[in-house]
Design a protein around this ligand. Structure first.
Ligand SMILES: Nc1ncnc2c1ncn2[C@@H]1O[C@H](COP(=O)(O)OP(=O)(O)OP(=O)(O)O)[C@@H](O)[C@H]1O
Ligand SMILES: [Mg+2]
Length: 501
């Protein structure tokens, strides 16, 4: 049997960067071929070549035995190839039905039929979403489903998913994997890119590892262990993911009492001490990010009090929060985290101007460059130089720049919302070490995460939220995935216990 698609000797450069180099890669119909590798390894670039978004500098593409050139995404779509990119490409102000049929709008639009078709497509994926609703009101999981429905609206033969579960809660990620299995059994070939290796082992028929733009190996999951795979990805064994914690707790830094805003946050109370790393767990939408936004002054509370170092905190803007000594790394790096059109150097020092300023408060050029160089090395940020625009970095490297911005910021409290989303396994370990160092330097750290392993590996305590309330607190001796999950699903006593969805 011939593969559906076969790429041979694919090369792509961006200026001085050799993004991918002599790559051979193929996918059979009815197969899930996973693509793994560190941030900047070339995964998304290779997928853009398949999807017609980039033209390779060298190499050939064969589809069902015929040599093809994809001049643009329409050309690959015409062959039944759909790519769902790392960042969603849906139009937020159009309805779901409009988005699903965007590429295939008939000349005369019959809205009733279109909406019904969209509903049937979405239902075939096991979801019930109103096709007339606007995309801007959809969750990350619903957006993924709509993107897949959109791909299915043509005749789909190959689906490329670039980190589809990065922004999804674990239960939604499971449903997405079910969709992938369903498509595979219908004979669709799938390329699956993910940094979550458990998923890769659960779903892949074959795994290809890229490193520094080259193909390292292609293996069957049964023939390799997780550790061996990581070694191929990062080029070194990674023995400890989580650093050992030696928490020396100091004074109380943050005290939140009865914090309330609408239904989103209700009567939330907790404290954080210097040197402490506290996790905020719970499902997406449980109010975790909202709590962070209230502390950071991005939203205003209805009631309740916040004290920073025993003094009432009344910040009404993020700028005021930064001046008060609070750092916040938001989950949505594109929307609020990084200034994509500015160099890494400028982004990285935005929050730490004091550390790079001379005695009179002037920014000293040499000091700034040294500082940024050190940060880029410690986080392994892969880029042409520190003067490269953030928009030219790979997804995970953009995330690292956002983190770099805060890691050496002055201040007492730092809030990290999903700090390792989209970050490769090697860089994860670096980020955990840096978080640990922040705590050792006496900062209080609040970590919001949907990855239970991360919370348990990193935190001195975990507060679990559900429906805007704190459902409970776990200490290391009672950490388990089941405990976190059951607390996050717990309802008020007078409500029947039922799962979401
Ligand atoms: N448009 C571009 N201009 C300049 N450089 C680019 C561009 N797109 C990608 N690169 C570079 O090519 C390399 C590969 O990037 P790519 O996005 O393919 O990585 P990736 O494996 O998808 O990483 P991640 O896991 O972080 O998403 C990186 O060094 C990146 O900076
Ligand atoms: Mg990528």
């Amino acid at each position: 049997m011939n593969p559906f698609i076969a790429l041979t000797g694919i090369d792509k450069r961006f200026g001085g960067i050799h993004a991918i180099e002599g790559i051979d890669f193929d996918v059979f119909s009815g197969e899930v071929h996973a693509l793994v590798g560190e941030n900047g390894a070339g995964k998304s670039t290779l997928m853009r070549v398949i999807g017609g978004g980039h033209q390779p500098d060298a190499g050939t593409i064969h589809v069902e035995g015929r040599e093809m050139t994809f001049r643009d995404p329409h050309a690959s779509l015409a062959e039944g190839i759909a790519v769902i990119h790392q960042e969603t490409a849906l139009a937020p102000d159009l309805s779901i039905a409009e988005n699903v049929f965007l590429g295939a709008m008939p000349a005369v639009i019959d809205w009733r039929t279109l909406r019904e078709k969209a509903r049937v497509l979405i239902a075939s994926l096991g979801f019930d979403i109103d096709p007339a609703a606007l995309v801007e009101h959809m969750s990350a999981a619903q957006c993924q489903v709509i993107e897949i429905a959109k791909a299915l609206s043509g005749s789909l033969k190959l689906l490329v998913l670039d980190e589809p579960t990065a922004a999804l809660a674990p239960s939604d990620a499971d449903r997405l994997l079910d969709i992938v299995r369903g498509l595979r059994s219908r004979g669709v070939g799938i390329v699956y890119i993910s940094h979550r290796l458990e998923e890769v082992f659960a779903i892949a028929d074959r795994i290809t590892v890229l490193k520094d733009g080259k193909r390292v190996d292609t293996v069957k999951p049964a023939d390799i262990t997780r550790d061996e795979l990581i070694r191929k990805m990062v080029g070194r064994p990674l023995s400890v993911l989580f650093p050992e914690r030696h928490a020396a707790l100091g004074d109380e830094i943050l005290k939140v009492s009865n914090l309330t805003r609408g239904d989103a946050v209700q009567n939330v109370s907790f404290t954080l001490r210097a040197g402490e790393v506290v996790g905020l767990g719970g499902l997406i939408g449980s109010g975790r990010t909202e709590v962070a936004r209230l502390i950071f002054g991005a939203d205003l509370r209805d009631s309740g009090t916040i004290e920073l170092k025993q003094k009432p905190l009344h910040v009404r803007s993020p700028m005021a929060a930064v001046r008060a000594g609070i750092g916040f790394v938001p989950e949505d790096r594109k929307g609020q985290g990084a200034v994509l059109s500015m160099p890494i150097r400028v982004n990285a020092t935005l929050a730490a101007l004091r550390s790079v300023s001379g005695p009179l408060g002037f920014l000293t050029f040499g000091r700034e460059r040294d500082y940024v160089k050190k940060l880029m090395e410690s986080l392994r940020i892969k880029a042409r130089s520190m003067d490269a625009d953030v928009s030219t970095l790979s997804g995970g490297n953009q995330q690292k720049v956002v983190l770099a911005k805060w890691f050496h910021a002055d201040g007492d409290l730092i809030i990290l919302d999903e700090p390792t989303r989209g970050v490769d396994v090697g860089a994860k370990a670096e980020i955990y070490t840096l978080i640990n160092q922040l705590a050792e330097r006496g900062k209080a750290v609040l970590v919001i995460s949907s990855e239970h392993q991360e919370l348990m590996g990193l935190c001195d305590r975990i507060l679990v939220m559900g429906e805007g309330r704190i459902r409970g607190q776990l200490e290391p001796h009672d950490y388990s995935e089941e405990r976190i999950l059951s607390l996050s699903l717990q309802r008020d006593a007078d409500e029947p216990a039922a799962l979401a969805h």
